[in-house]
Design a protein around this ligand. Structure first.
Ligand code: ADP
Ligand code: MG
Length: 352
């Protein structure tokens, strides 16, 4: 294949010999796998440093059969692609002897993200419908129990029974709060779209919490280049304020260090996304909990609702963005939101 064709190929192309030598790795392949130009070429397993991809090539060399469009997932720690679609074919010589393998791979990250977003949207829409049906019954039932318990005159009751009635009242109250919070999360959201300046949104959210941080001797800093998005300002502010509240609560739980929360923004012009990162120096989120933090009712706090991040994810997904969780260079958690940058005329409002 000519050098020109290989360089202009948008898919990654990797050709390996039976001895493991890398004969060809085109520029797109280098980029997708993050392989530097000067990397040694004598062993493809080492060069691509990606066991999942090496395994597919090995399988092809062992079975001498073509593997068509296998999806592999790359570790989240690396930059670039997170999902690759891979096709590997054996390379035969004139006498049908095996010479090596030729591997074509494409970046499926965007497709994968779209699938995840669609699944989440569908799940949330179903949840909204189901909840609307039972919410009414729940609320009525709780209001009735609450009303009857209020009608009981504590002073007219035998002393031993008073604690029971007080117990009923306080349980009903906390159940009502849980139901209200849950409905707030599950109900279909009406997005009122305007052109929203993300810096203003973050500054307002930070203003709400600055008092709390300063009373702990810390600071919330806002840095970087922000852009505008087409979104619902109220919901976006709620999303950022939930992230900041979590960050402040996390810092507060770690008494010895000065609470530091940094909101930084960057533009990812290759994908036309605005990326806002919230870092803190709290205890962080352990890797094994990272998948669970977005689930409704997941909380590690005594009086937490576990609905904060679930709502943030819902808001982000309905703005066609994405949210990820990781560790911060400040020592705590890093929550990162990417939203499509506004361009062209304002999109129309949608109910979701
Ligand atoms: N910045 C953070 N640092 C450490 N842990 C966090 C952070 N943000 C969220 N978490 C974890 O995720 C859980 C869920 O957060 P959230 O959905 O907001 O519910 P809640 O704040 O009510 O617990 C928290 O209980 C906590 O364990
Ligand atoms: Mg929270």
């Amino acid at each position: 294949m000519s050098h020109e064709i290989m360089s202009s190929l948008s898919a990654g192309l990797l050709v390996v010999g039976l001895d493991g030598e890398v004969r060809i790795l085109n520029p797109a392949g280098r980029r997708l796998l993050n392989v530097p130009e000067e990397a040694p070429r004598d062993d493809y397993r080492q060069m691509i440093g990606e066991p999942a991809l090496s395994q597919v090539i090995d399988e092809c060399l062992t079975t001498r059969g073509t593997i068509v469009r296998r999806t592999i997932r790359l570790p989240e720690t690396r930059d670039g692609a997170s999902h690759l679609g891979v096709t590997v074919s054996p390379l035969f010589g004139d006498a049908a002897e095996l010479h090596g393998a030729i591997c074509l791979f494409t970046d499926l990250t965007a497709v994968h993200e779209l699938e995840v977003r669609l699944r989440l949207k569908e799940g949330l829409a179903t949840l909204g419908e189901l909840t609307a049906g039972i919410a009414h019954e729940f609320r009525n039932g709780l209001a009735t129990i609450h009303g009857y318990s209020k009608l009981m005159d504590l002073n007219a009751l035998p002393y031993a029974y008073r604690a029971y009635v007080e117990g009923i009242r306080s349980e009903v109250q906390s159940l009502t709060e849980i139901v209200t919070n849950f409905l707030n999360f599950a109900r279909p959201a009406q997005l009122t779209l305007t052109r929203v300046d993300l810096r203003t949104v973050c500054e307002r959210a930070a203003d709400e919490l600055r008092g709390d941080v300063q009373s702990l001797g810390g600071e919330i800093a806002i840095r970087g280049e922000f852009s505008t998005v087409d979104g619902d300002e109220v919901l976006l502010r709620q999303a950022f304020s939930n992230l900041l509240r979590n960050a402040v609560e996390a810092c507060a739980s770690r008494a010895r260090s000065t609470p530091t929360v940094v909101v930084s923004s960057d533009l990812d012009s290759a994908h036309n996304m605005s990326v806002v990162t919230v870092d803190d120096n709290g205890p962080g989120i352990p890797p094994e909990a990272r998948d669970r933090v977005f689930r409704p009712f997941f909380t590690s706090k005594r009086s937490g609702t576990g609905l904060g991040l679930a709502l943030v994810q819902k808001i982000v997904v309905f703005h066609n963005g994405r949210i990820s969780v990781g560790s911060s260079p400040l020592g705590g958690a890093r929550l990162q939101i990417s939203l499509p940058i506004a361009d062209g005329p304002l999109a129309v409002s949608t109910t979701v």
